[in-house]
Design a protein around this ligand. Sequence first.
Ligand code: PMP
Length: 406
Amino acid sequence: ALEFNINKIRNDFPTLKQSINDNQLVYLDSAATTQKPQSVIDVINEFYTSQNANVHRGRHTLSEHATTLYEQARDKTAKYFNVLSKEIVWTKGATEAINLVSNGLRNRLSKNDTIIISALEHHANIVPWQVLSEQTGAKLIALPVNHDGTLNIKQCCDFIKQSKPSLLTITQASNTLGNITNLEPLITAAKNVDSLVLIDGAQGAMHLKPDLRKLNCDFYVCSSHKMLGPTGLGVLYGQYEALNSLDVYQTGGEMIDKVYLTHSTYRPAPAKFETGTPNISGVMGFSAALDYLNAIQSSELHRYEQELFKYAAEQLVTIEGITIYSNLSDNIGTLSFNFKDEHPYDLATLLDGYGVAVRAGHHCTQPLMAHLGLNGTLRASFCFYNTYEDVDIFINSLKECIALLD
Ligand code: PMP
């Protein structure tokens, strides 16, 4: 792997080179979606320019070539997470991957079952379980979360032991706070009571690059667009037996074995869960995104992101009137904060005037906002393509915006 070279990296991301409102763009919204390196953009362009064909159907050269690249991308994804290729299902995002699993359990759960979620979850990892609970009668309960949004792991493990869930679903890192979940003990506690475990890796997949075989969860979901890849593509990992035992989600072409007029048989996973023409160019783009990530040593990437985050957090805490909600000691690089009682939208709008892109609001985590007693926060989320200069501009702009409000 290459050494971490921030100047080269900056140069690889064309969107970062522009001005917004006459200022150099400082992009601090990577938790919403990451920017794309030129290599990803080129691969998508190349696919439509000279390779376009449908996969898995044709016997002609273009179709076979597209199929090879498409399946190679699955292999690459499996390798990134240290799992088997047949355990990787393409979806249209983390959201669809969670819906695929929740739908796949619709005939397995009943009123005697319990599903555990947490107040830290994105709506995408809450609402599908509410629907499943309504459909099956399964009890939906939440892990105990401390007042500050952190977890007392011992208390959580005891809770799992006592509740004996059929499914535990939890995020690897909070999209709002950036807090990293200490997953291993929770998964062990769940496995000790024979529970299935789903991990929402939308925020963790790139920053934390998990070894899923070691992690020992049954399901793991993530989104290409939060890992330098294109939108409209997600990944569902399922430990093969757990995956294959899920009921079918969407049905139609490709996922079938034999179709008669009145009934059909299905192929085994992953084909069973991939119906219709897939997002082929998206898969090609994601493949290039993984190449990009694989070329950087993940320990170097992590070290740089952590140093940058620390640099930002240390300056943010010194600004009078700022309250930070993120756990600063175990974080993927996301700062959630407010200034006094100011509405976060106002500061976000002012910051945009300085070319600084941050997010404001509830970040699709209304239960977490309720838990913290907030209506919303400002969120500055960092990625390895951000620089120390980005942090300086962010902090100085924030100070100027605050002076305008005060
Ligand atoms: N879970 C988490 C933790 C997220 O941050 C997101 C995206 N904000 C999702 C799930 C949903 O991902 P997508 O919108 O790409 O389906």
